[in-house]
Design a protein around this ligand. Structure first.
Ligand code: ZN
Length: 461
């Protein structure tokens, strides 16, 4: 084949590697097992409903099921199978969308009762040259109420030679009367690790050299969809002219550098606003979307929080091993209230960045707020600080925390607030410290709060 014809025959990866049998279909093992059991035991449903988000492979799966049901094997004597041969007339015709007994309809554009009537009018006739007459209805939830009713009549008493395969992104919009007559398969998103392995194999077949990190980025951006991921891989290979580095993939995806995001988070938690804003600007100038940056920070914060609770989860994130180590150390130093607060602030910030007329300005404001908030000690730290300062100064004990009834300080309990306010009854020593009064009231209040919320926590004053 000359170079010219090779070029003109180019097919996008998503089409070229569209699975034609269940073995090629990745991430849907449970469904294949159920289907295979049903075939083996001869308990095949009359109707199937495939559900899952867009790009997950519903119509592809529907076609593979259709092939499996109608495959006659290489020798022409085979029965329904989960391993369609791919060479018999039925398999070939279905793959090429030209089988007379496999009828596809997109309910998104044909929602009316007449459309359904027209489609199922032929239900009573036997298939022309296949085992089953198969109706594939995509986006079936778009059908009108009357259309569903018309369909239901056939579903209630389907002829032996008819099978329905429905695909939908919104299973809850399908009437329960219809659903109850279908075998349901939930197509799950494919996890990033599986996608990465798969894309790596495709890249190899395409003779493209794609960095491991670049593959991980593409797998993550695909959000569980093989098709979306393949389109991105296609784009990346074209973009990089055969070799794809992590940096190229990041540029293409409008992503920020994950390692730099970790730096950014570290500066924020250290309260270093100038450095944090510097990184933000730098990433923005390189094409990273402020919304994506805040999303990344959210994801990292969530990840740091989970590795604090379950250290084993560290390896699941799309980061290099050195970053994982660093993040582990970071999570060890940060305490839970700080992480929880950061999560909340970022979540709120994300909304602001999305709505702001200048997303980058809004993102800067979010980071500034976060960095300043990171300076605030958590209630526990505050209590510890006060505790240590008390043991050296002896100024709060007695005077401030003692209750009006003369109870001892350890019994501050619910009287904490009023007890704290008792500081306005000045002793000579307290007069000298008058400037500190508001601070002390605040401290005492916090201790009281802490004592109420954590009665078992021994805080001696
Ligand atoms: Zn076949």
């Amino acid at each position: 084949m000359s170079e010219e014809t090779q070029k003109s025959a180019y097919r996008v990866l998503a089409r070229k590697y569209r699975p034609s049998n269940f073995d090629d279909l990745i991430g849907h093992e449970a469904m294949v097992r159920t289907l295979s059991n049903a075939l083996d035991s001869g308990r095949l449903a009359h109707a199937f409903v495939l559900t899952g988000t867009r790009g997950i492979g519903k119509t592809t799966t529907a076609r593979i099921i259709a092939r499996g049901l109608n495959c006659i094997g290489e020798d022409g004597n085979g029965g329904p199978t989960v391993h369609p041969c791919g060479v018999c007339d039925n398999c070939k015709a279905i793959a090429e969308d030209r089988h007379q007994d496999v009828l596809e309809m997109d309910a998104a554009s044909r929602t009316g009762v007449d459309d359904i009537r027209e489609l199922i009018d032929g239900v009573r006739y036997l298939p022309i040259n296949a085992r089953y007459k198969i109706y594939i209805i995509d986006e079936v939830h778009m059908l009108s109420k009357n259309a569903f009713n018309a369909l239901l009549k056939t579903l209630e008493e389907p002829p032996e030679h008819v099978k329905f395969i429905f695909a939908t992104t919104e299973i809850r919009k399908i009437p329960i009367t219809v659903l109850s007559r279908c075998q349901r398969f939930d197509l799950k998103r494919v996890d990033a690790d599986t996608l990465k392995d798969y894309f790596s194999k495709i890249a190899e077949k395409e003779n493209a050299s794609v960095d491991e990190d670049a593959l991980a980025l593409i797998a993550r951006a695909a959000e569980g969809s093989v098709r979306d991921g393949l389109s991105l891989l296609d784009q990346a290979i074209a973009h990089g002219d055969g070799t794809v580095t992590a940096e190229q993939a990041r540029d293409m995806l409008g992503l920020a550098d994950r390692t730099r995001m970790l730096d950014l988070l570290e500066f924020i938690f250290a309260g270093n606003v100038a450095e944090a804003l510097g990184i933000l600007r730098n990433q923005y100038d390189r094409g990273a979307d402020p919304v994506v940056i805040i999303q990344d920070l959210l994801e990292l914060t969530h990840w740091l929080t989970t590795i604090k609770v379950t250290p084993d989860s560290a390896s699941t994130a799309a980061l290099g091993s050195s970053d994982i180590e660093r993040a582990g150390a970071m999570a060890g130093k940060l305490n839970m209230p700080v992480l929880a607060r950061a999560w909340q602030m970022l979540l709120k910030g994300l909304e602001e960045v999305r709505q702001a007329p200048m997303a980058i300005a809004a993102a800067e404001m979010v980071l500034i707020r976060l960095a300043f908030a990171s300076d605030l000690p958590s209630p526990e730290d505050l209590a510890k600080k006060i505790e240590s300062s008390n043991s050296s100064e002896h100024s709060i004990s007695g005077g401030t925390i003692s209750t009006p009834s003369g109870g001892t300080s350890a019994r501050a309990g619910t009287n904490g607030v009023s007890a704290a306010l008792a500081v306005s009854n000045p002793t000579p020593h307290q007069k000298a410290e008058a400037n500190n009064a508001p601070r002390r009231i605040c401290q005492s209040y916090l201790i009281a709060r802490l004592k109420i919320s954590q009665p078992n926590n021994q805080i001696s004053l």
